[in-house]
Design a protein around this ligand. Structure first.
Ligand SMILES: C[S@@+](CC[C@H](N)C(=O)[O-])C[C@H]1O[C@@H](n2cnc3c(N)ncnc32)[C@H](O)[C@@H]1O
Length: 330
């Protein structure tokens, strides 16, 4: 999605762009190719990503590294002298990076064996260091009760076998590593059961996603990210959000299309107004539009997906969905 992000953010030397998910800097560096003097605020909660941003800052002083999760970012931006309504663009490239997934010691992988960690903030420095605290995969897998575990797997993994998996996990405690966990999950899922799509992915995919989302509070974090983007963007400037599963995309869509978070269906604020106005009395379309509180103007109704070339180069990008919207004043 490098080109789509660049086309929407339109890099220019006089702009300031906030990359909330700097990772290894792929998107930011691509933007800088077009506008080498543009200022980039390179934020990420991950220490390794932050150290890459610090390295970049050694030879590109226009990169400002900030180590922060989304929910704390507004305070850190203010502390670094960034004013609300001052940014020309924001990028949120959600989820876990290849760097995090490929390092077995981070505990995100069900293919490479590692400790049950999955925390984006706390990489263990060496193999002998204990994983501490409640917010890690080991705590979730080995200490939560079966009902809570099942709810997490169902809600954040959208896994239909959540109950069976939770039961099998509890029966097999203590589970020490990611491969052990993946085996336990696989053994709980009835063989050959599921849609073709479900059968084409590793049986542990959804449960690992669920635990990771829970450990890192990813959905609340994403909500904070979009609120923070709105606060710091200049009016009319774009926010680009790339999501990797439907739970993330739903949050992005609800913000960008002004859909009430309490509504069951994805009706936009305007559709809701038309429905309720129609029941009671008749409004003109102009009245309805004027009374809808909107914070964003979507750049397009359609979602941008990666093209075949990108998917071949990076198979993990196949599930990426990109949405973009510009800030409107509330
Ligand atoms: C898909 S990667 C981004 C890759 C990056 N755009 C690149 O080109 O290399 C997602 C990044 O977002 C970071 N991240 C995820 N959730 C976050 C949060 N709540 N706050 C801050 N950073 C977060 C992760 O640590 C990870 O580095």
């Amino acid at each position: 999605m490098l080109n789509t992000v660049r086309d929407i953010l339109k890099p220019a030397n006089n702009k300031v762009i906030l990359d909330m998910t700097f990772g290894s800097g792929g998107h930011s560096l691509n933007l800088l190719k077009q506008a080498p003097e543009m200022r980039i605020i390179a934020a990420d909660r991950d220490s390794l990503a932050n150290s890459i941003a610090l390295d970049c800052n050694n030879y590109m002083s226009n990169i400002l590294p900030i180590k922060s999760k989304f929910s704390q970012l507004k305070y850190k931006l203010i502390a670094n002298g960034v004013l609300p309504s001052s940014l020309d663009g924001v990028l949120i490239d959600c989820g876990v990076s290849s760097m995090q997934l490929d390092d077995a010691e981070r505990g995100f992988s069900f293919i490479r064996d590692g400790p049950l960690n999955m925390s984006m903030d706390n990489p263990r420095k060496d193999k002998n260091e204990q994983i501490k605290g409640k917010k890690n995969a080991s705590f979730v897998v080995n200490h939560l009760n079966e009902k809570t575990l099942s709810k997490i797997i169902r809600k954040y993994g959208e896994e239909r076998h959540a109950k069976l998996i939770a039961k099998r996990i509890v029966e097999n405690r203590l589970i020490n590593s990611t491969l052990e966990l993946a085996d336990v999950i696989s053994s709980a899922i009835p063989r050959g059961y599921g849609s073709r799509k479900e059968l084409s992915i590793h049986p542990a995919t959804r449960t690992f996603q669920a635990i990771r989302i829970y450990v890192n509070d990813e959905l609340n974090e994403l909500n904070s990210a979009i609120e923070c983007a709105h606060l710091f963007l200049n009016e009319g400037c774009p926010c680009v959000a790339i999501s990797f599963h439907s739970l993330e995309d739903r949050i992005v869509k609800r913000h960008f299309h002004s859909i009430d978070f309490n509504m069951k269906n994805n009706l936009s604020a305007r559709q809701q107004m038309i429905l309720s106005a129609g029941k009671a009395y008749t409004h003109s379309m102009k009245d309805i539009k004027n009374s809808v509180r909107k914070g964003w103007k979507p750049l397009s109704r359609k979602i941008f997906n990666p093209d075949m070339q990108e998917i071949l180069a990076n198979p993990r990008s196949r599930s990426a969905k990109l949405r973009a919207a510009t800030k409107e004043l509330l």
